[in-house]
Design a protein around this ligand. Structure first.
Ligand code: ING
Length: 310
């Protein structure tokens, strides 16, 4: 048995006026709970230091950059890294990254038990739009504020397992799980900030969105014989509802831990045996024995669909 006690640290809403320091205090409180529960790893949500600012249209780059972190760890997050290191708990969380050469990414990091950052991922699939959209009930300007990630979908050895990361919308794309599956991934950790309703006024509420959020993580887990941990920033931020529904999914696609309905700060915990991945990886999803890559060219050759002539 290679067990990892995984804590999913769902965050409730972060208002536009909330400071990073106040959010880090909430994260440390969840980390303290995780220590009490014997966690080895704690997963926090996407963009978890600030409100989901892509809902706001901004033209002034100085105003935009204020939502980004220029280094990590930094003054605001140093206390979090210190508590995690002291407790011997590995952590992962998402934040807006502004690089020294001025590039903007929706990023997540992973540490080892000693608080060293051993992995960085930059969100590849950016949903939404880049200009103000008058047709939407609210904006979703990730394509305006971030560049697509440039690191691909790497995996790292950590806590005696093979781990990878993705972020929010990435979880909806099967290629994401498979690229990591082809590197033997046993645990995929991701955070998300998912609006509870569709900004394009389609009749799509939280029930349907929760269904789709779980569906894709269960499928990704099962089809790649990997654990998947999906952790929300949830609740109403300045009047805009975000979905809860944080879950831990086992390599057979079963949800083994789930956050309550309250959409507040909440820790979910599960003892995850990485060896549970082995059966799927050596039988039904033994990629080397069963995949037929000579028939998959379209997946890398085409971006959009090409339909047959009438
Ligand atoms: N949020 C949403 C997500 O992919 C979205 C955007 C919601 C796209 C529902 C499609 C359907 O969960 C982020 N931040 O990617």
């Amino acid at each position: 048995m290679r067990t990892i006690v995984i804590g999913g640290a769902q965050l409730g809403p972060i208002q536009k006026a909330d400071s990073r320091e106040a959010v880090v205090e909430r994260m440390i409180a969840l980390l303290d709970q995780a220590k009490g529960a014997g966690c080895d790893l704690v997963v926090f949500p996407e963009l978890c230091l600030t409100t989901f600012f892509p809902r706001w249209y901004m033209e002034d780059q100085v105003e935009v950059n204020a939502w980004f972190e220029r280094e990590m760890p930094n003054v605001a997050t140093a206390p979090l890294f210190a508590v995690a290191r002291e407790a011997g708990i590995a952590i992962s969380f998402g934040y807006a990254e502004l690089t020294p050469d001025g590039r903007h990414f929706n990023t997540s990091i992973m540490t080892d038990r000693a608080g060293n950052i051993i992995g960085k991922y930059r969100k590849v699939h950016l949903p939404g739009h880049s200009e103000y959209d008058t047709e939407r009930a609210f904006q979703h300007l990730e394509k305006r504020y971030f560049e697509p990630g440039d690191l691909g979908f790497p995996v790292w050895r950590n806590l005696d397992a093979i781990m990878g990361m993705c972020i929010c919308n990435d979880r909806r794309w099967p290629e994401v799980y498979r690229v990591m599956g082809l590197q033997g991934v046993e645990l995929i950790i991701l955070g998300y900030n998912t609006p509870s309703v569709n900004s394009q006024m389609v009749d799509e509420g939280p029930e349907k969105r929760l269904y789709h959020s779980e569906l894709v993580m269960k499928a990704g887990a099962y089809q790649n014989a990997t654990w998947v941990v999906g952790i929300a920033k949830a609740g109403v931020e300045d009047g805009h509802p975000l979905l809860g529904g944080s879950i831990i999914v086992d390599p057979n696609g079963y949800v083994v831990a789930r956050a309550a309905e309250e959409e507040e700060d909440e820790l979910i915990v599960h003892v995850c045996d990485m060896d549970v991945c082995t059966f799927g990886k050596t039988t039904i999803f033994d990629f080397a024995r069963h995949r037929r890559i000579e028939h998959y060219q379209r997946i890398c050759a085409q971006t959009g669909a090409e339909v047959p002539e009438r």
